[in-house]
Design a protein around this ligand. Sequence first.
Ligand code: NDP
Length: 475
Amino acid sequence: MAAYQEKKLAEERKHRNMQNGTKASQGQWGRAWEVDWFSLASILFLLMFAPLIVYYFIMSCAQYQCSLTAPLLDLLTGNKHLADIWNRTPMLTYRAAGIYSLWVTFQVFLYMSIPDFCHKFLPGYVGGVQEGAVTPAGAVNKYQINGLQAWIITHVLWFANASFLHFFSPTIIFDNWIPLLWCANILGYAVSTFAMIKGYFFPTNAKDCKFTGNFFYDYMMGIEFNPRIGKWFDFKLFFNGRPGIVAWTLINLSFAAKQQELHGEVTNSMILVNVLQGIYVLDFFWNEAWYLKTIDICHDHFGWYLGWGDCVWLPYLYTLQGLYLVYHPVQLCTAHALGVLVLGLLGYYIFRATNHQKDLFRRTNGHCRIWGRRPEYIECSYSSVDGTRYHSKLLTSGFWGWARHFNYTGDLMGSLAYCLACGFEHLLPYFYITYMGILLTHRCLRDEHRCSSKYGKDWERYTAAVPYRLLPGVF
Ligand code: NDP
């Protein structure tokens, strides 16, 4: 079987590396082949506790008005037992299972059955069939980019329902929030387990599979690089964008509707969260073709990290601000609201402009202008597993001359703005900036480790030219 042969090859490669005394030689630049104890411990921790963390946050809102400390205090002082909390938690319902199945089926339908038409009439939008980056095995996949269209159709239907069809209440998501959590978990675990089995027995491209020999690591970080069913159903593209990111804005709208129902108004903080996160989501779909060149698609394999993360972590934890505002309707003073808006928009501008500079530079192979000048860059080269040599360029001007990941800095500024919209009464809304800070710093280090393995000495020249990662002069 092709996957088993690749597994054997991986073991031989690992043996060879150990003999050479190198951990990751240039040319072996995908996800890790070997698992150190720290990675293993982190993975075991996340596998065990990530679902509990999500439950804890959502339960704290439902039962403790979003206080993160009150449930712990209740448990530690013996005021409540775990069973008391659990018994008050809504269970899986047929209604939630029906809503969730319909939701996922509808998103699969939009993804698979309606080829993109937005690129035909929206100037500047890149949709339809697009090519991804070269995989470590040297393959180039084609993708049907139709996320913007799926987002528009879904939201038009949502507004049509809320305004005149009235098939269901716009608060439907909030009203079934915990039962839907169980459905999302079932899908998240099912898809990750399926991806693992598929990686062993019927991979889409056996040469792009990675086996570390550690079951937990492989389950979490994935074996297959680009698992697919048929020619077009790409697991990474589908699960990353839909159902999670299409749902993000709908979830926020449902929270706004609930705030209106409970408190008779939608506060300016809720509007800010809806607008700023709406811009971020719309940006994601407008740039879905660009997204094919990001780390998620270009470098990460598909396992629990992406499968469960996209189904559960993203829709439940990225929307905490809206959920918090249902329980604590915060009306901000004008100066505070303006401050949040300016920070959010500035963060978004930096995030988008930095990503755009790299994209433009790579797409035109350096034949473009960055801030009105010819770009400065470092020529570099790398090889794929079969030994083919490729050439590339690393941009060192524009925002990319300020820091090696200034796009993450912009993203962090935007994330902070969403949290600040919720005021300062509780910690819970600040989970997002804490999490994004850890995620993007870790991602930065992980990416740099990978780039260093990929580009070797050329990467050293690049880090000498652009010495800071996120904040010029600081880090
Ligand atoms: P980047 O878009 O920064 O991509 C990193 C890759 O770009 C590197 O691996 C390298 O790939 C290439 N590269 C690095 N430096 C240069 C350079 N100077 N010139 C040209 N190419 C370079 O990172 P991500 O894919 O992680 O992030 C994309 C966006 O998504 C970011 O803005 C991030 O903030 C956002 N994001 C948001 C998340 C969320 O949950 N909200 C999660 C993750 C990301 P190569 O091998 O091609 O050289």
